[in-house]
Design a protein around this ligand. Structure first.
Ligand code: ARG
Ligand code: ZN
Length: 410
């Protein structure tokens, strides 16, 4: 028995790249919105994975395609007169070369760093350590268990003034397993608000912060141990695993931009909130109803600051408020680092995709400001040396957005 476990662990190590043998990444520059829509639509189908797709036509789409679909895909493109470039001829080989840049261990009690990606248990340890070292400001609460039984924890950060009536900012990250920079970004927020408290006092004066750094711990761990490009949860279906958490929320669930096919990377699930992880986010959002003013969900990649709607190209009545906040974030980043973040309604800027947590928080939990931020990264695997810069850049934008939210809603 023990022997078998050992063998399994070994096999898992190899599986990381083995799963993508023969997969290719295509770079395709759409010239019209018709072409962009075609790329978006095809990327919701099994065997296709839209790593980056946008309606704005200002950047090429990046689509990963399974070996069985490549022939058809290439002829479809040719038929339409669309040209493509293959940027990664074999994803498995690329993953092999890059190596997995995770850090499994973090010495308990050591300072958190931003030169490695932490495993889920290390992230939970960090939260617990902050709660015990900074008990006046910080508390940690278990909010649920993932499908595979991992403990999901949120950290609540205050300035310790004991005011129970403050408005609340809720941040989550890592609903998509492979977007490792997103949980790193959440950790940086936590680190700054707690361990660099004095410098950030303004951000805590009128707000308490609640942060769930890893929404999808099963998927996150799976990308560390077995399959680097995994996106979905790990719930077991009839023939495939996983649901796209960001297509699983109950607001226009399944209406557009999601797949009803289990094996698709944008599978919407058997029903809205079929996943325990999205149920956890729902309860947090609902528990904050009336107090929650800013919901921020971190993703990667592409440098976007997105607001509702994700299900329609119409804009919400209050879109000017959303736009002001998003624009403040983008321009703060621009002046700090020169980094260019595109902002706008997520349907107009990226593509229509219903069932997202941002639309749900905005429409169903009363958050007046709801933002999806796609951090920087030209792929899902920023080099460890890039982590710090990317999360700092995001933090500049987030601080500016919070300052706007403060002026409007505190
Ligand atoms: N890249 C993100 C996703 O596909 C964008 C989500 C934007 N929000 C939305 N409701 N569509 O999940
Ligand atoms: Zn994402």
């Amino acid at each position: 028995m023990l022997f078998k476990v050992g063998v399994l662990v070994l096999l898992c190590g190899f599986a990381a790249s083995f799963q993508y043998e023969g997969y290719k990444v295509y770079n395709i520059q759409p010239r019209t919105s018709l072409e962009a829509d075609f790329l978006h639509e095809i990327s919701n189908q099994p065997g296709f994975d839209g790593l980056h797709v946008s309606r704005l036509l200002d950047r090429p789409a990046q689509i990963m395609v399974a070996p069985e679909q490549q022939g058809d895909f290439e002829s479809l493109l040719l038929q339409r007169g669309m040209t493509y470039e293959i940027t990664v001829p074999d994803v498995a080989q690329k993953l092999e070369e890059d190596g997995i840049t995770s850090q499994s261990f973090r010495t308990r009690g050591a300072r958190i760093g931003f030169t490695a990606f932490y495993r889920h248990s290390a992230i939970n340890d960090y939260l617990d350590e902050l709660a015990s070292s900074y008990s006046k400001y910080v508390s940690v609460e278990t909010v649920g268990q993932s499908y595979e039984g991992r403990t999901m924890k949120v950290i609540r950060i205050t300035n310790g003034d004991g005011n129970p009536n403050k408005k609340v900012i809720f941040v989550d990250a890592g609903i998509h397993a492979r977007e490792w920079i997103a949980p790193a970004g959440a950790l940086y927020i936590i680190n700054q608000l707690v361990e660099n408290r004095a410098a950030n006092a303004d951000l805590l004066k009128n707000f308490d912060w609640v942060v769930l750094p890893v929404v999808n711990p099963d998927g996150y761990e799976y990308t560390h141990t077995s399959s680097r490009m995994w996106r979905k949860t790990r719930s077991k279906g009839k023939s495939c695993y996983g649901t796209d958490g960001n297509r699983n929320f109950d607001y226009y669930w399944g209406y557009t931009g999601a797949s009803s096919s289990e094996c698709s990377d944008t599978y919407m699930g058997t029903k809205a909130f079929s996943e325990v992880e999205t149920q956890v986010v729902r309860s947090i959002l609902q528990s904050l109803k009336g107090k929650g003013v800013f919901y921020l969900t971190l993703h990667s990649y592409g440098n976007y600051i997105l607001y509702p709607w994700g299900w329609t190209s119409n804009l919400p009545d209050t879109y000017k408020d959303l736009d002001e906040v998003a624009s403040a974030g983008a321009s703060a980043i621009k002046s700090a680092t020169g980094g260019k973040f595109t902002y706008g309604s997520s349907t107009r800027v990226l593509y229509a995709a219903a069932g997202g947590s941002d639309d749900y928080a905005f429409a169903m939990a009363g958050f007046p400001i709801s933002i999806t931020m796609e951090l920087q990264g030209s792929g899902f695997d920023p080099k460890p040396a890039q982590i710090q810069g990317y999360v700092q850049e995001a933090w500049v934008g987030i601080k500016a957005m919070v300052t706007k939210v403060d002026a409007k809603y505190a």
